[in-house]
Design a binder for this molecule. Structure first.
Ligand code: C2O
Ligand code: CU
Length: 484
């Protein structure tokens, strides 16, 4: 079992202090007569949610990714972009759970950059945060990213240097980690949802981090695309059952996908399966979020379904089309994949707060407005300022309190969390996330059990807010105090 393997890896520090390694209910009850503490109960509920380590298959995928300026067709026009391997969206890397990815990264941009693997539990040194986990990759330089993802699901990658400019110019790609078992779906489709702000000449507007965008919810563009097209159409036959993976890679825009008369079920959020699929109702996909949907077309008629972004209901905009047509196929019947062990953590809100991050802005700084956690804008990647220390394999309740009126999709690197409460009201989302949207004046409470030591970024995924200071670092340490 997973937890027993983990308990061997606790380390020398912990084995010298027997009482310190009581990190599951099983261990606790076998070593003591006392009832488990609240933290022990919360941790015990987590055990089995996802593995600490993965058994590698030994298969290695070697890929070269070159970042360089390019000219590509976006929404029917030729745009000057920055691209991975000349494509926008960038390449979709598909590997199987247990496979190792080796990415030889080449920077041919006129700027430093890195690649961050959003949502993937990687060794800290592979996380792509400049000065913290690696030196920035300078123009002309290369860097080797190598890791074995520990979770199947839909992930993505993008630079972590001047993200508001580099991601907007077109640098992003998708990493799909397929399940060990073959997919039972008739199609497995990826939709990369984006928007672009163009200037008077019809090119990407080179004014980044404007005061307007900083004072609001980041950069929202007027050209909406799915997979780089403004008329993306997915063709399916009646009877099909597909897996549709969506990524919102916009800098600032949140979307609420709406599928008309279809009845999609949510299969995974931010790559991770749900306890069991649930109907897609109003789901706010903030920048960075992914949604995997299970959609059955159990009808005999030809139909065109317009997929809408319903974030502002009176102004819903069509982002893509699903065309149901052709000869019917036999609908495959199967039980969709799920993650049985997503903790309920009904006692989670009773745990003491480990950290309450206050979020607000003030006038000042390079862009005229600074966004802050705890009244401090990010001091710079080279400052290694740690705002909170977390202990590996331990439950923590972390709060984000939004003292501003703006949206802040909060993303944590290197770990998944479960939403415990909004404005103090308990919520039981049957899934983990790596990014959660915090509305104006709202507080959210998260439960998190980190599995990987290191220095991990926590930031707003509205990239303009992040660039203007809304980033910080947490450090995950082993229980015995060992550092990364
Ligand atoms: Cu997609 Cu640090 O983020
Ligand atoms: Cu923000």
């Amino acid at each position: 079992m997973i937890w027993s393997r983990r308990s061997f890896s606790v380390g020398l520090g912990a084995s010298l202090i027997p009482s310190g390694c009581r990190d599951s209910a099983t261990e606790a009850s076998s070593t003591s007569q006392q009832a488990p503490t609240l933290h022990e109960r919360l941790h015990a509920e987590f055990v089995g949610a996802y593995p600490d380590e993965i058994e590698p298959t030994g298969r290695v995928h070697e890929v070269e990714i070159v970042a360089a300026p390019a000219r590509v067709q976006i929404g029917g026009r030729a745009l000057e972009v920055w691209a991975y391997n000349g494509q926008v969206p960038g390449p979709t890397l598909r590997i199987r759970l247990g496979d190792t990815l080796k990415v030889q990264f080449v920077n041919r941009l006129p700027s430093e950059t890195t690649i961050h693997w959003h949502g993937v539990r990687v060794p800290n040194a592979m996380d792509g945060v400049p000065h913290v986990t690696q030196p920035p990759v300078r123009p002309g330089e290369t860097f080797l990213y190598e890791f074995t993802p520990k979770d199947a699901g839909t992930y993505w990658f993008h630079p972590h240097v001047r993200g508001s400019e580099q991601v907007e110019r077109g640098l992003h790609g998708v990493l799909i980690v397929e399940d060990a078992q073959p997919s039972p779906y008739t199609q497995d489709v990826m939709w990369v949802v984006d928007d672009w702000r163009l200037d008077e000449t019809g090119q990407i507007d080179g004014r980044f981090n404007t005061r307007h965008d900083l004072a609001h919810d980041g950069r929202w563009g007027q050209l909406r695309t799915v997979n780089g097209r403004s008329d993306e159409t997915l063709n399916v036959r009646p009877g099909e059952r597909i897996r549709l993976r969506m990524l919102n890679c916009a800098n600032g825009r949140t979307i609420v996908p709406h599928f008309g008369s279809l009845e999609p079920k949510i299969l995974a959020v931010d790559g991770k399966y749900l306890r069991a699929p649930i109907p897609l109702e109003r789901f706010e996909m903030a920048p960075g979020n992914r949604l995997d949907l299970d959609i059955t077309f159990d009808r005999g008629v030809s139909e065109l379904v317009s997929v809408l972004d319903d974030f502002y209901p009176p102004r819903a905009a069509s982002i893509a089309t699903i065309a149901i047509d052709g000869e019917a196929v036999e609908a495959p019947a199967f039980t969709p994949p799920a993650a049985a062990h997503v903790p309920v953590w009904s006692e989670g809100t009773a745990a003491p707060l480990h950290h309450d991050y206050r979020m607000n802005a003030r006038a000042g700084g390079e862009h005229g407005i600074e966004w802050m956690f705890d009244n401090e804008p990010f001091a710079g990647h080279d400052q290694h300022q740690i705002s909170s220390s977390l202990t590996r394999h331990q439950f923590h309740r972390i709060r984000f309190s939004n003292d501003s009126a703006r949206l802040h999709p909060i993303h944590m690197h290197g770990m998944f969390f479960r939403l415990l409460a909004r404005n103090g009201e308990p919520v039981d989302e049957p899934f983990f996330r790596d990014t959660v949207l915090v509305h104006g004046r709202e507080t959210v409470d998260l439960g998190v059990v980190p599995t990987d030591v290191g220095k991990w970024m926590v930031h707003c995924h509205i990239l303009e807010h992040a660039e203007a200071g809304m980033m910080t670092l947490v450090e995950v340490r082993d229980r015995g105090g060992a550092r990364s």
